[in-house]
Design a protein around this ligand. Structure first.
Ligand SMILES: Nc1ncnc2c1ncn2[C@@H]1O[C@H](COP(=O)(O)OP(=O)(O)OP(=O)(O)O)[C@@H](O)[C@H]1O
Ligand SMILES: [Mg+2]
Length: 353
């Protein structure tokens, strides 16, 4: 049976809307351990309205401003998606909306709009955990990624490794003790006088730098726990920059970016390697904005450690927030029998497991 799902994502500063057409697979849906339970799917439309330019002048996301922008952008995007997909609201079989974690004001706009549309069109509604959404991003295009696998979620607000025993059955193996990897990139960029968001900028400048020019610490590299920490690394960069400024030296931006990026990448890959060793699971999927980073992508697929696993990475544009991953996660949860109340409310600190 063919189903149409409208995905809505407004957890932070990107307004995303997507239209997903999928084939139900009957029995296969019930076998939740099967990756192919997702069935054949077509993305009819995928729209994103980024607020990066609006927030860049403040050096980061301003929550109230983000919520107001979602309010302006969301309904026109839904209209455009339906037009592009050639469908009417009443033709939909499901509306999947991010209900947390994220910024409260931003989440409220998405959830309330989804509730109103669901009621007006007589369509069921499902709330999706944003992190489960990120976890689904590598599954969008991959036909051969099946549980059990390990999911490295590296975003602006989260850095964690989740064990996926089945779709919907998740165990948190470990997470960051302080800053998320994306947050570390953004803070490092500020130290270096680079614009927000810092990750793409550092990635670009690092391409012409020497990753071994500065010997930054690799946080928690040799501990026996799946855990991360990036605040010390950011401080090490800050001290290095201050020292060079006091000495009146020009900042070797490319080398600083490449060395910082190497430290973050080595810290992440060391814990992926540990999680693979501890669990014996040799399938690794990565997602979240930092999964777009070229050094991390190379390390997860081509490094010496990577010989111990096979890696799945979403295309770079689907690493950051988008509504395709929300539509996919929502559709899959619905088929597994998950239901949300009609008065679904957002939870800014929702956890994945
Ligand atoms: N090429 C890149 N290299 C490193 N970091 C990157 C790259 N591209 C994006 N990022 C980082 O990814 C983060 C944004 O990712 P994402 O949209 O997944 O996070 P978020 O949705 O804000 O956080 P969360 O999903 O935890 O709520 C930013 O911190 C940004 O700097
Ligand atoms: Mg996100």
């Amino acid at each position: 049976m063919t189903s149409l799902t409208l995905g809505i994502e407004t957890s932070c500063d990107d307004t995303g809307v997507a239209l997903l057409k999928s084939e139900s697979r009957g029995d296969a849906w019930e076998s939740e351990s099967r990756g192919d339970a997702l069935g054949k799917r077509t993305i009819l439309c995928e729209l994103l309205s980024s607020q990066i330019k609006d927030h860049a002048r403040f050096g980061g996301v301003v929550p109230e401003f983000a919520a107001r922008k979602h309010l302006e952008n969301l309904l026109p995007l839904v209209d455009a998606a339906l037009r592009e997909g050639g469908v009417k609201g009443r033709d939909l079989d499901l509306i999947a909306v991010t209900c947390g974690p994220g910024l409260m004001g931003s989440l409220i706009v998405g959830v309330m709009a989804a509730r109103a549309l669901a009621q007006a069109w007589g369509v069921p509604l499902i709330g999706v955990n944003h992190l489960e959404g990120h976890l689904f991003a590598p599954l969008v295009d991959a036909e051969d990624l099946e549980p059990p696998f390990l999911s490295l979620i590296v975003s602006g607000g989260h850095t964690e490794i989740v064990r996926v025993d089945a779709l919907g059955k998740y165990r948190l193996l470990g997470q960051t003790r302080d800053d998320a990897a994306g947050e570390a990139y953004d803070k490092a960029a500020r130290v270096l006088g680079l614009p927000y968001p810092g990750g793409p900028e550092i990635d670009r400048l690092a391409k012409d730098g020497d990753p071994h020019a500065f010997d930054f610490p690799i946080p928690l590299k040799n501990t026996k726990e799946v855990e991360f920490s990036f605040s010390g690394l950011k401080t090490a960069l800050l001290w290095q920059v201050r020292k060079m400024e006091e000495e009146g030296k020009p900042l070797p931006l490319n080398d600083l970016c490449a060395s910082f990026q190497r430290a973050v990448t080595e810290a992440l890959v060391a814990k992926v390697a540990l999680a693979v060793r501890l669990t014996g699971i040799r399938r690794v999927a990565a997602s979240g904005g930092v999964a777009a980073n070229s050094a991390l992508r190379a390390a997860l697929t081509e490094s010496r450690e990577a010989r111990h696993w096979k890696a799945w990475l979403p295309r770079p544009g689907r690493c950051t927030d988008n509504a395709v991953m929300i539509a996919m996660a929502g559709r899959c949860a619905w088929e597994r029998g998950v239901r949300s109340p009609a008065d679904l409310s957002p939870d800014p600190s929702l956890e994945i497991a």
